[in-house]
Design a protein around this ligand. Sequence first.
Ligand SMILES: O=P(O)(O)OC[C@H]1O[C@H](O[C@H]2O[C@H](CO)[C@@H](O)[C@H](O)[C@H]2O)[C@H](O)[C@@H](O)[C@@H]1O
Length: 281
Amino acid sequence: MGSSPYAHTLPTPSTPAGRDGLAAVLDRPAETVVALDFDGTLAEIVPDPEQARAHERVVPALARLAPRVASVAVVTGRPAGTAVRYGGFAGVPGLDHLVVLGHYGAERWDAATGTVTGPAAHPGVAAARAELPGVLEAAGVRQGPGSRRRAGRWPSTPGAPTTRRAPFEALREPMASLASRHGLVLEPGRLVLELRPPGMDKGVALDAHVRRSGAGAVLYAGDDLGDLAAFAAVGKLRSDGVPGLLVCSGSEVPELAERADLVLPGPAAVAELLAALAERL
Ligand SMILES: O=P(O)(O)OC[C@H]1O[C@H](O[C@H]2O[C@H](CO)[C@@H](O)[C@H](O)[C@H]2O)[C@H](O)[C@@H](O)[C@@H]1O
């Protein structure tokens, strides 16, 4: 048996559409958009959201891959600036054209300028933040020192008040009601319930980015419910003739894993996929 000429392993997607998507990425890298969620995909899930950092092999792999494809974008629910900091994405040679679409696409950070652009704060965010302690108390959720600390640090624009480590089912209805009272939407995720302004999601953001790039192929990797919209956008692009590869990082969210062409065990394996692609391109 001959040994592989490659140092990194390129996995085979389990679906025909995924195999077509991967083939298109390999055939036409200069037309390919690579779009990646942050938490759970590029960074391991950790109990304290402020301690999340990109896996150590992610930035080297991206720096090698990015010059070989049309665009690399990180698409995250976090504020764009936070993802840039926690990812260590700024000032990295090779990542000079990286884009971070934050707050589910409402914000955009460009490595080329180092600036974040986005809409003015939605007024419902401040109003919901003010009401949240009362909602939690009414739901019988004890607020410990951690939640008070996080409350003081919630983003103000466009904003996403977050409550976690709580009985989710008991909170889901009151949080949905809080969102609706203030013109926001509820975004559930892994151990998180977020409120955010309507009108934007990762699908809208990804579709706009791919079409603006004039891309002929797309790879999207995510891990959570918020990534379903991006998966749907890739499905629509496929039906419009743009091949795509859908990668799920981890199998904790079956709704996403069952729609993926490739399920990887987590951020280390995603970094390995990115490194393998860079090596073959
Ligand atoms: O779109 P993403 O990049 O996946 O970000 C979405 C939310 O992720 C964060 O929460 C998740 O990661 C945390 C750190 O590992 C983890 O503690 C939490 O359980 C996960 O749900 C973040 O806290 C949210 O604000 C992001 O919107």
